[in-house]
Ligand binder design. Structure first.
Ligand code: S3P
Length: 442
């Protein structure tokens, strides 16, 4: 754990090599471990969260290794092939690890104990436990549906139809992964579309999974259970949630121009980039294409004036992890930005709604929360800065406020840079390579 300060920087420039997508990396390991044969994953994110998933899967009996060329190999155990772990699975900071694993374990007839760090033990697991119990799993959580928990999977699962009550790709994915082990068709209905990496990857591995329009709105995803998944050679795109940090830094630091190639750009992940363009950002989206079954594009950001806008709650699922960095863009913009419908931000790695508002206020930017909405009064240029932000084990709060410091009049420090390794271990080096003035504090 070390404190670090971001100082106002000269123009940032260059091509940023952003690591692999966190969501897709988790799924590559997990679905690879449930397949038959050896799956390979190129460009896998080697961040703490994904390494936790790899370690947990090894404990469940899967062989997973990285070769000297950086390619990851996963020897699949087949659906239903996990073995009872003899210890507690500690998923660290990673909500995706714990929730997706719970799904995959629901149809394995043994007991697993799961826990996580101080942040993860505060986060709600009932949203996943509830539908998994309907398959026949027994799940005992701490009060408030919190970790640690014990999950005993069922050997005689029944497929379910489940309407996800909050927009959550993690809940949807947990149900689909449980559905792999159940005979018959498991159906998930989501009223608001969330990231569809699980659906895409299961399809690529040969599962019979179909997404159709749901009566009454949204989508209905039907999965035929107990397929044989065939190992794949996967290439993981750059993470749009990580690419957002150097790109927004370039938009806010005068004179900058930064590009990121091969960024995941699916409709459910690219909301931030469309919002930034509506704010007047000089953000080019080049060569949209598909790679390994996922939409990708090359992005180029150039500094320029931004203007505040209103972002409706319907857009939240397409940019749920990007609000901390969007708030930084809003702080630099001219005029007011209103971000609506941010209830889900309260249950992320920290209470992000509060963390963003407190951090901005400490940096001299007016930010107010009303119900689930956040209003930010833009500074029309460099925000004042001059604060130290308590990261609270939240990687995206850490990175967002360091980016704010690059544009602000006075430095912005974070109290702990360790959390950044969760999703973007090369963040500090990468931004420094573009010209960021980050200084370690003793
Ligand atoms: C994720 C889904 C999102 C997101 C998280 C990763 C995933 O969470 O915030 O960082 O990989 O499915 P919710 O689905 O809970 O909103």
């Amino acid at each position: 754990m070390a404190a670090i300060a971001a100082h106002r920087s000269g123009p940032l420039s260059g091509a940023a090599r952003v690591p692999g997508d966190k969501s897709i990396s988790h799924r590559a390991l997990l679905i690879g471990a449930l397949a038959v044969g050896e799956t390979t994953a190129a460009g896998l994110l080697e961040g703490e969260d994904v390494l936790r998933t790899a370690a947990a899967l090894r404990t469940l009996g899967a062989e997973i290794w990285r070769d000297d060329g950086g390619l990851w190999h996963i020897a699949g155990r087949g659906i239903g092939g996990f073995a009872e772990p003899d210890g507690v699975l500690d998923l660290g900071n990673s909500g995706t690890s714990v929730r997706l694993l719970m799904g995959a374990l629901a149809c394995h007839g043994f007991t697993t104990f799961l826990t996580g760090d101080d942040s993860l033990r505060r986060r709600p697991m009932a949203r996943v436990a509830h539908p998994l119990r309907a398959f026949g799993a027994t799940i005992l959580c701490r009060s408030g549906g919190r970790l640690p928990l014990a999950l005993t999977g069922t050997d005689a699962p029944v497929p379910i139809t489940y309407e996800v009550p909050v927009p959550s790709a993690q809940v949807k994915s947990a149900v689909l992964l449980a559905g792999l082990g159940a005979p018959g068709v498991t159906t998930v209905i989501e009223r608001q579309r969330t990231r569809d990496h699980t659906e895409r990857m299961l399809r690529a591995f040969g599962a019979d999974i179909e997404t159709t329009a749901a009566p009454g709105g949204g989508a209905s995803i039907a999965l035929h259970g107990q397929p044989e998944l065939a190992a794949q050679a996967l290439r993981i795109p750059a993470d749009p949630s990580s690419a957002a940090f150097p790109l927004v830094a370039a938009l806010c630091v005068p004179g900058s121009a930064v590009s990121v190639a091969g960024v995941g750009f699916g409709a459910e992940r690219s909301g931030l980039y469309h919002v930034l363009r509506e704010m007047g950002a000089a953000l080019e989206i080049r060569t949209p294409r598909e790679e390994s079954g996922e939409p990708v594009a090359d992005l180029i950001a150039r500094a320029g004036a931004l203007r505040g806008i209103e972002v409706s709650s319907e857009r939240a699922p397409t940019m749920i992890d990007e609000y901390p960095i969007l708030a930084v863009a809003a702080a630099c913009a001219e005029g007011t930005t209103r971000l609506r419908g941010l209830a889900e931000l309260r249950v992320k790695e920290s209470d992000r709604l509060a963390a963003i508002a407190h951090g901005l206020t400490a940096c001299g930017v007016q930010a107010t929360i009303e119900d689930d909405d956040l209003t930010i009064a833009g500074c029309g240029g460099p925000p004042p800065g001059g604060a130290t932000i308590a990261v609270q084990l939240d990687h995206r709060i850490a990175m967002a406020f360091l980016v704010l410091g690059l544009a602000a009049r006075r430095p912005v420090a974070i109290d702990d840079d360790a959390a950044i390794a969760t999703s973007f271990p090369s963040f500090v080096a990468l931004l420094r390579g573009l010209g960021a003035d980050f200084r370690a504090l003793s």
